[in-house]
Design a protein around this ligand. Sequence first.
Ligand code: HEM
Length: 424
Amino acid sequence: MGTVPRATRAAVAGVERTDLADPAFWRLPAAEQAAAFAGLRQLPTPTYFVERPRSLFRAERGFHALVRHADVVAASRTPEVFRSAPGVTTPEPPRWVRALFGDSMVNLDDPDHARLRRIVSRAFTPRLIAQVEEDIHCVARRIVDDVIAHRPEDFVRSVAAELPFQVICAMMGIPEERRPAILAEVDHASEHTGVQRPLRQRIRLPGRGLRALARMQGMVADLGRERRRRPTDDLISALVTADVDGRSLSYRQLGAFFSLLLVAGVETTRNALAHGLHLLTEHPEQRALLLADPDAHLDGAVDEIIRCATPIIQFRRTLATEHTLGRAQLARGDKVVLYYGSANRDESVFTDPDVFDITRRPNPHLGFGGGGPHFCLGAPLARQEMKVLYRELFTRLPELRSVGAPELVPSSFDNRVRSLRFTF
Ligand code: HEM
């Protein structure tokens, strides 16, 4: 551990042993991770962690951990200092990958980011979200029909992953027959972010995630070409056809945007839905409250699920200039990591932060980011999907519950659920 004085660290029990840069930390039980973050939040300055020590040939690499609500908000809302380029995920995408695939908007700063966000925001206006609502209802109804007919065992595969994927495909205008091939590539691509794979697998499968991404982007670029020739009323047509200011996406940008939607929009919503079912099962009194009056409690339940589950654990920023954050002096080029899950348990903002309470008001969680120019574009869509699906499930299957603990995928990037058994 880095810059915190030894005496201060020793005063906060257990913090001495915490190492957020060590993949082993992310395999600890959730309660141990939460206790470590609670310790870090008590320290007066953000803690510095070394990812790769200095050697004869290479400079040291490390990051300052922003674990308090106020610090995550400040960094998110000061983009001129806390830059998203060269990348917000860990590890940063290498330059050649960005050149080949087209940088996705999360990794860009203004004015490039603003230009791209203006184009893709067309998909997320309240009017378009209202149009998508019918799709969401249809898909949710079909999923519940299938659950009743086939009684699958795994909630993630049969319910939680299915809804956001089908909704994004419907929005984009991906024909039904091409969806299974795209889904297979998404599964490959997303398994390779922020997860420490065994060495043997890394050697045997170099660039497997990248190849999957390239194949998927190729499929979407093909559709883009078809839609430019014969536009329909879907999102791909809107994105590749110039709008009133004459701006549209290139095929490369279209592929990058679609990958972002799939990884940012499908994985996150699927994990939130699965964690949500488990939270509601583990807290029968909250479940009873929700089922007794869904109109009154669905909004609160969805936000509390996102606060407690925090589907995206962290994003990274790079300092454009020197900066003082609280009592910490950050230098130009320093990396900081924004820990959304820790901010969502900050005891100075949330009363009883470890309690799951669907009536919590206000609930200023940072599950969709800390505000600022990169705030989640899909937040209204994700909330809508979750509300529609839970309503459909609990109305038709009021005995629905998870069985046993969710099988989690250890990751420092997202709070991923591999499978969750369920019964009704
Ligand atoms: C529960 C579900 C979701 C969670 C927890 C979530 C979380 C996040 C977070 C933490 C960020 C980064 C914010 C920042 O850097 O300030 C983000 C960005 C983004 N999200 Fe979501 N997201 C969810 C669902 C979705 C959905 C359904 C979509 C689209 C279909 C979506 C599209 C995006 C996009 C495009 C960005 C990048 C925005 C930008 O860089 O300007 N997300 N999301």
